[in-house]
Design a protein around this ligand. Structure first.
Ligand code: DCP
Ligand code: MG
Length: 651
């Protein structure tokens, strides 16, 4: 039976008073608590569970001739994500290879085909998206929105802002005592003893959590050094960390028992630290970082492991100071770093190497668009070929939008076709078919009509084609007003089955027109640019983002206030472009674009710089929204200040 770790609500006045007292104390003495959860070899586990492959059997997930996921037994044989299939088999002849699901020619549903071909098949990530949804449903079940925030950071990665739920769980333990005989006195006495203890409450750690900073733990991994030493610590933050570890263990156990997947987790006082420690003891382990040991933990860490320092920014820091570990950078003051890298980047760096990070855990809005894309090598040269591929893309869009409708009650308003040939790089838009008359063939026909309006003379030979279902909205609206008012995004609940997804007259009219005159060509409009992916807007101000002003040698603050909310970033998962070997592709979860793997760090720098730039514009009173920036990659300004624009290498 499904369980929830939601703390029980106190029933009596006595219970409410006790709960309030405990929560107030924990808020005053505790600190922020963030959990990071990351599935182990995610795509592999989906395939291992689906095929019943034994857990110790080396297995890789393959896309064309490249590997996109490698399970831990295969990693033990030396196989890496960027190995070729050929090299992997040399290292491990008994390796199980599973090719990702694909759409075959003429087929409307993805399947595991025995010998899919790049020229005739299209990759589908549907099984992983579905597994991801099930995983997030479990996490969200354990963290109700009133008591915490769950952020979907990627297809297999979640952050949880867990301070509130953890405090409530601690309070609930004392409140539960009230129901026992003599419980009132005992609950109060036990709580007061904790409150009055000089160094805070004592915490006894179980064996399931690696604790960085536990006496006798191995310094970096938190692995127990000797089983004989009792694993006990003291402090309010430790109490919260310990409760956070229990919550994480419950979530991990539920994912394991209900879905069969293992994951690793980190528990720390901010997102950056939680992510750093979750990777320490993979697979299938959880690691907590004690507050007082943050600097010890970070001392010898290569600073490029810190998010946003893995790419170009990190290279510049390395080139400037010849630094490699985090502690190599401790000698530079905030002023010095600001002079070298600019006010924002320098200040961010100064805090980051001290474990200070105030990035908020943000509940993501659902993607506002849905895309299916394919690149063609060799390019398509005939209308028949184009029709065939439009069918494939259209049925994939249909599959996904139907699924989204079932879950979120949303439907699309616009269908966008984007074409890339020698003479064209353009998008054309028409109304999306209404739900009651929609299937892949209808979508495909509309797309083909748009294609024909461009004329094969210009559109062929065709190198790239995508279909996008745009302006997804549900019966509860797009949430734009709520977002504008700064309200937290809530999931779309339920739907009105009478509605066909159109909320306003214009689209209703369009739907009617389609019903009456299905053969009439669609009204379409060309835009000169490809379909825009939504790039998340960041609202946090520089003041809140860089709010911690610490002297160079200080520990991270125990009570760091969360920064202002960052607007949610939509997530759109798309297939990798087919013109680059797949093993070398990564899909950016923030803007949904696919890139060759070597460009990953640089691309992450781009988002990092974009965020900082937006914050800067907000503070300066500039109009961040809609501001077009296209600036040359420059090294350093005349004043010696590194400009953010130096990170912008691509839009
Ligand atoms: N993925 C991909 N291409 C990449 C990176 C990842 O297709 N360049 C896919 C396959 C992964 C999944 O995304 O299984 C999750 O990515 P992770 O980086 O979390 O890697 P894994 O989950 O495979 O392994 P780990 O145990 O290291 O998290
Ligand atoms: Mg993973």
């Amino acid at each position: 039976m499904a369980t929830s770790s939601k703390a029980p609500q106190p029933q009596s006045l006595e219970a409410l008073a006790l709960q309030k007292r405990i929560l107030n104390h924990l808020k005053a003495f505790g600190s922020r608590l963030v959990v990071h959860i990351d599935l182990d070899a995610f795509y592999c586990q989906v395939e291992m569970v689906r095929t019943g492959s034994p857990e110790d059997q080396p297995l890789c997930v393959q896309q064309w001739n490249g590997l996109i996921a490698v399970n831990y037994p295969a990693r033990a044989k030396g196989i890496k994500r960027h190995s070729t299939v050929e090299d992997a088999l040399k290292l491990c002849p008994e390796l199980t290879l599973v090719h990702v699901a694909t759409y075959a020619q003429g087929s409307h549903a993805p399947a595991y085909h025995p010998d899919p071909k790049y020229a005739t098949h299209k990759v589908s990530l549907k099984p992983y998206r579905e597994a991801s949804s099930r995983i997030f449903a479990i996490i969200e079940r354990h963290v109700p929105p009133s008591h915490g925030t769950v952020e979907r950071a990627s297809i297999d990665e979640a952050y949880v802002e867990a301070g509130e739920i953890v405090n409530r769980r601690i309070a609930a333990r004392f409140v539960a005592m009230l129901d026992e005989p003599g419980g009132s006195e005992r609950a109060l006495a036990e709580w007061e003893a904790m409150e009055q203890s000089e160094d805070g409450p004592e915490v006894a750690w179980g064996p399931e959590t690696f604790v960085v900073g536990l006496p006798d733990a191995k310094e970096r991994t938190g692995e127990p050094g000797s089983q004989d030493v009792p694993r006990k610590t003291r402090g309010w933050h430790d109490l919260q960390l310990h409760e956070g570890a229990k919550l994480v263990r419950e979530i991990r156990a539920a994912i394991r028992s209900e879905l069969g997947y293992t994951c690793s987790a980190g528990i720390g006082s901010n997102k950056m630290l939680a992510k750093l420690v979750s990777a320490l003891n993979k697979p299938d382990k959880q690691t907590a970082l004690r507050h007082a040991h943050v600097l010890d933990f970070m001392r010898d860490l290569p600073f490029t492991k810190i998010r946003n320092l893995g790419g170009k920014f990190g290279e510049q820091v390395e080139a400037e100071y010849g630094a490699s570990t985090v502690s190599d950078l401790w000698q530079y003051s905030r002023d010095q770093l600001q002079q070298k890298f600019g006010a924002q980047s320098g200040s961010w760096l100064f805090d980051a190497v001290r474990g200070i990070n105030s990035d908020e855990v943000v509940r993501r809005t659902k993607a506002g668009t849905m895309m299916s894309a394919k690149s063609f090598r060799p390019p398509l040269r005939t209308m028949d070929e184009v029709k065939h591929w439009l069918d494939v893309l259209a049925w994939e869009i249909h599959d996904r939008i139907t699924e989204d409708y079932d879950v979120n009650g949303r439907w699309s308003k616009t269908l966008v076709l984007h074409l890339k040939s020698n003479a064209l790089d353009k998008s054309r838009t028409c109304a999306f078919p209404p739900r009651h008359m929609c299937n892949g063939d209808v979508i495909s026909q509309r797309a083909f009509d748009m294609f024909r309006q461009e004329g094969d003379g210009r559109a062929l030979p065709l190198f790239h084609c995508s279909l996008q279902a745009g302006s997804l909205f549900g019966d509860k609206g797009s949430g734009a007003i709520e977002k504008f008012l700064g309200k937290k995004e809530e999931p779309v609940e339920g739907r009105d089955d009478d509605a066909d997804g159109f909320a306003d007259g214009e689209d209703g009219d369009a739907a009617d027109r389609q019903r009456k005159e299905p053969a009439e060509p669609q009204r379409t409009s060309w835009t000169s640019a490809p379909p825009q992916r939504t790039i998340p807007k960041q609202n946090a101000s520089v003041k809140s983002f860089f709010g911690s002003k610490q002297p160079p040698d200080t520990q991270p603050p125990a009570h760091s206030a969360p920064p202002a909310a960052q607007a949610a970033a939509p997530i759109e998962l798309v297939d990798a472009p087919a013109d680059v070997p797949t093993a070398e592709i990564f899909v950016c979860y923030r803007c949904s674009r696919s890139f060759p793997a070597p460009e990953r760090a640089e691309h992450e720098d781009y988002h990092f710089a974009l965020d900082l730039s937006r914050e800067n514009r907000v503070v300066l009173g500039g109009t961040a929204a809609g501001t077009k920036r296209k600036q040359p990659p420059s090294a350093r300004g005349g004043s010696g200040e590194k400009k953010l624009t130096s990170f912008f290498r691509r839009e």
